[in-house]
Design a binder for this molecule. Structure first.
Ligand code: FE2
Length: 142
């Protein structure tokens, strides 16, 4: 994150406080910066909190595999409050969009599932958007 991005996030935090606990945060103040862990082999607590955890079930009789995505790893679950939540989760199969779920604060948290035909697919990428801390991705090689 460069200085300009840091200032943008700081401004976002100020707006979040000003907006208050019950008001919806305007779309233009959502943090949409694509974030990357400093060291992907050793995530820190903030990175663990935002990184999607991708788990797969066995393929069903129709050929679909349930792909579960939950935001937070290592026992850390991302919070879901009116001013800080995971507002969307997307899944890509070989860089092609499988689906996108929009999530509301408080009543849901950063988790969703997709039933996917994985025949011939080599890479799954889950992306999760935190309104304050940007967009985080996890890639799984099949
Ligand atoms: Fe966050």
């Amino acid at each position: 994150m460069n200085r300009r991005d840091a200032l943008r996030v700081a401004g976002l935090a100020a707006v979040t406080v000003a907006v208050g606990a019950q008001a919806k945060i305007p779309e233009e103040y959502m943090n949409r910066i694509e974030m990357k862990p400093v060291n992907p082999a050793k995530l820190d607590a903030g990175e663990l909190k935002h990184s999607p955890l991708v788990t797969l079930e066995k393929k069903d009789s129709a050929g679909y595999t349930m792909v579960h995505i939950s935001v937070g790893q290592g026992g850390i679950i991302h919070p879901s409050t009116q001013d800080h939540w995971i507002d969307f989760i997307e899944l890509y199969a070989d860089n092609k969009l499988v689906g996108k779920n929009i999530l509301e604060p408080e009543i849901s948290r950063g988790a969703t599932s997709f039933a996917v035909k994985l025949e011939g697919i080599k890479i799954l990428t889950a992306k999760a958007g935190c309104n304050l801390h940007g967009i985080w991705a996890t890639t799984v090689t099949l």
